[in-house]
Design a protein around this ligand. Sequence first.
Ligand SMILES: NC(=O)c1ccc[n+]([C@@H]2O[C@H](COP(=O)([O-])OP(=O)(O)OC[C@H]3O[C@@H](n4cnc5c(N)ncnc54)[C@H](OP(=O)(O)O)[C@@H]3O)[C@@H](O)[C@H]2O)c1
Length: 227
Amino acid sequence: MVARRRDRLEALAAELTRQHGTANQVVALDLLAEGAVDELWRQVGDLDVGIVVANAGISVAGPLVDNSPIEELNVLTLDGVVPLQLAHRFGRRFAQRRRGAVILVSSMIGAGPAPYLANYAAVKAYVSSLGLALNYELKKDGVDVLVVSPGPTQTEGLDNAVGIDFHKLEGPIMAPSRVACTALNNLGKRAHVIPGATNNSMALMGNTSCRGGCRSDSTAGSFTAPR
Ligand SMILES: NC(=O)c1ccc[n+]([C@@H]2O[C@H](COP(=O)([O-])OP(=O)(O)OC[C@H]3O[C@@H](n4cnc5c(N)ncnc54)[C@H](OP(=O)(O)O)[C@@H]3O)[C@@H](O)[C@H]2O)c1
């Protein structure tokens, strides 16, 4: 388990051991730091890792030109570059031993252009495209790749999102455990999954983005940082 806050990771590790008897290794690491994935590999490269989940992600909302370019670059790095590096490192290892899986956490919002989440949506589109192609490339090597595109999910990230109040968006907010279960239940069966019936209906109706032209602004009522 990798994140920056060691105390949180250790508390979760202890809970998992208590409830499920698992052995856990905690790696406190800022994945935005230079060479972070190399450092992660140094720490866990000897482990018999079965599934890698590229989940850590951040978002920045608001008009792109008003936002900090450094923060937008951090979104690109953490949500896009790091999943690429993880998929490359672990995907190569898995292909060599002909077993393993990579789960890339994208977002429904990556289905198309999203005003006021422009960079985040674009990066998630990249992750989805990357994962779908890798699903094909690595299938012959016995490696499963799954792209998970959650809709709004009740996490700290959703509560603390800067510039947008996701609670004002229409539709249900899903429990993270449901997203995780849906991902694991679909791993090895398909290339892409959107957790939740309502989210799937919205995706079918093309309600998650403005592909083909951004005429109406579906996130405007949720936007909390006007110019
Ligand atoms: N929540 C939603 O509605 C939603 C919807 C669609 C997609 N997603 C995607 O789901 C994924 C998880 O989002 P979430 O809502 O669960 O976010 P979250 O509650 O903010 O959790 C993010 C996790 O990533 C870790 N993290 C953040 N920055 C990091 C860094 N620089 N280095 C290492 N670890 C870092 C955090 O731990 P530390 O802070 O301790 O590092 C935390 O464990 C993201 O890829 C997000 O884009 C979320």
